[in-house]
Design a protein around this ligand. Structure first.
Ligand code: AR6
Length: 180
């Protein structure tokens, strides 16, 4: 698997190519959800399909959520323990979009600490149906995670999973640029 990683504090941040529903070695995966936590397309569609119908039943009770918010459910038939559902900003509507996007990552990481989760995998939130250009979203996502890493007590492994090569390359570059 193509990957690139850095260590900071006691945690590791890596960017990889892959499918969010194939992250067997992590405790929590993140869903790029819709406000009502219903089955959707993209990441949400793949997660709900793999988890089975009980995920939607559990998740919907926790909605609706606002841009930047995160809620946690069990992962049902997925190989993980938890799904953390976040609502990313719609690029043209939810401004300032970088603040809402950063909040998604911060709130997901805070839930990990609260639930003593040691490993998590994120998709590139908002970069699909919600129209956030990946070149703009990747630096916001990685910097937000990086800044929180030294304060993490439980979480040791954070992965950003890219579904295609071009998104992976953008995240690889953004990871390198954290130090420039
Ligand atoms: N694994 C990893 N990444 C994926 C996968 C996958 N299986 N499938 C798509 N991506 P999106 P959003 C990438 O649209 O922009 C839904 O309908 C994809 O290439 O899933 O936050 C919800 O119900 C893109 O880069 O999330 C919401 O209504 C990134 O994941 C809305 O879309 C995010 O794409 C959320 O839109």
């Amino acid at each position: 698997m193509e990957k690139e990683k850095i260590l900071h504090g006691n945690a590791c941040l890596e960017v990889t190519m892959g499918d969010i529903v194939q992250q067997h070695d992590v405790e929590a995966i993140v869903n790029a959800a819709n406000a009502f936590l219903r089955i959707g397309g993209g990441v949400a569609g793949a997660i709900h399909k793999a988890a089975g119908p009980e995920l939607e039943k559990e998740a919907m009770k926790k909605g609706p959520i606002k841009p930047g918010e995160a809620v946690i459910t069990s992962a049902h038939k997925l190989p993980n323990k938890y799904v953390i559902h976040v609502l990313g900003p719609v690029y043209d509507r939810d401004v300032p979009h970088d603040k809402f996007l950063a909040k998604c990552y911060e709130n997901a990481l805070d839930l990990c600490e609260e639930y003593k989760i040691t490993s998590i995998a994120f998709p590139a939130i908002s970069t699909g149906a919600f129209g956030y250009p990946v070149e703009e979203a990747a630096p916001v996502a990685l910097r937000t995670i990086y800044v929180k890493m030294p304060g993490l007590k439980h979480l040791k492994s954070i992965r950003v999973v890219n579904f295609n090569e071009s998104h992976f390359k953008v995240h690889q570059e953004a990871l390198k640029n954290l130090f420039s």
